[in-house]
Design a binder for this molecule. Structure first.
Ligand code: SF4
Length: 347
């Protein structure tokens, strides 16, 4: 797949972003940041599930100060999410690995300059997070929304350039997928900075997953995007799992098990949905990339799942265990998961 390679690299703590680096999975805590223990617990859970960069909301000075301990204990880099009050950015900059500011609401050049000086002092990149719901004033209303997103981002890049700062990452999110896609395509052509891709306020679990997958997937599939976040109104662990599934679907990253479950049909001899979920759960802590097929019949199953590393083609009460399309044993139903785990160790 084509990958935009002419980007500047930035470093968010230990994570390299841009030019040749992996596309990273990002999420955002949904705790009160000043509740340090709860926030740390959520970050640990997300890191364990594959989150590589975490963003924390900084609504007040208590939250900004809490970042000191949160960052010292977080296993992954922390980005402070700042709106309106530039002083919060100045406090957070002492502790975090990156800043995200919304250009529409930070205010005067003096305030932006103060944030830039803090970022320089602490070697932090700044993400300019443009959002269709909070565009700055003064944009040309005759522009399309995509053009306004781009214009807002370019203006803020100019402001940071004015203070001799280019350690920049950009996002330009909207709810509408074609709008978001147009904005990212334009930005990819116009600026050398890495791009953080997401669909804003994508929605609840089901519709949000589909909207985010289509939107983020369509942009990534054009070789554009350096970090992603799937924004969902669900526990953030779902965002991380979805992010990884999007990257795995596009062969951009590999991590853990991908379950290939047949859709079942009139030939099915077993209940596949629960079995597939049980297998997925049993393999959740295994990072080794593996494709495991769970097929509903033993006649067509192995052939239909020839691309899988291993799998079970289920008959009545027993099934064929197969490895790379070759049948290797007949297994009784209660031993399916054990047999798959044993085979996985051999890969
Ligand atoms: Fe139907 Fe068997 Fe194919 Fe599943 S594997 S869809 S049960 S033919």
């Amino acid at each position: 797949m084509y990958k935009r390679e002419n980007t500047k690299q930035v470093h968010i703590g230990k994570v390299t972003v841009g030019r040749g680096a992996n596309v990273s999975v990002q999420s955002m805590t949904k705790t009160f940041t000043q509740d340090i223990e709860t926030t740390i617990a959520q970050i640990n859970e997300l890191a364990f599930s594959g989150c590589e960069i975490i963003r924390c909301a900084v609504p007040d000075i208590q939250a900004a100060k809490a970042l000191k301990e949160i960052c010292s204990r977080s296993p992954i880099p922390v980005v402070a999410d700042i709106h309106f009050d530039y002083k919060l950015a100045l406090e957070a900059a002492k502790y975090v690995h990156g800043l995200r500011i919304n250009p529409g609401n930070i205010g005067s050049d003096e305030r932006v300059k103060a944030v830039v000086e803090a970022a320089k002092e602490h070697c932090l990149p700044i993400r300019i997070g443009v959002n269709s719901g909070s565009l700055p004033h003064g944009l040309d209303n005759s522009y399309t929304l995509a053009e306004q997103l781009v214009e807002a981002a370019l203006r803020e890049i100019e402001r940071l350039h004015k203070f001799d700062f280019d350690d920049i990452k950009i996002s330009a999110k909207a709810f509408d997928i074609p709008t978001t896609e147009q904005a990212y395509l334009a930005l990819a052509r116009k600026v050398p900075y890495p791009l953080h891709v997401g669909i804003t306020e994508a929605g609840t679990g089901y519709s949000g997953l589909i909207r985010s997958s289509v939107g983020i997937g369509s942009i990534l599939s054009q070789g554009i995007g350096d970090t992603i976040r799937v924004s969902l109104a669900t526990p953030p662990i779902e965002e991380v799992r979805a992010g990884w599934e999007i990257l795995k679907s596009l062969n951009l990253r590999q991590k853990g098990v991908s379950i290939i479950a047949c859709p079942t049909c009139g030939r099915a001899q077993a209940e596949i949905k629960n079995l597939a979920l049980q297998i997925e759960e049993a393999f959740r802590t295994i990072d080794k990339p593996l494709k495991i097929a769970v097929m509903g019949c033993s006649v067509n199953g192995p052939g239909e799942a020839v691309a899988a590393d291993l799998g079970i083609a289920c008959g009545e009460g027993k099934g064929l265990l197969f490895v790379r399309g070759q049948k290797i044993a007949v297994i009784i139903e209660k031993d399916y998961i054990t047999a798959l785990l044993e085979q996985a160790l051999l890969f």
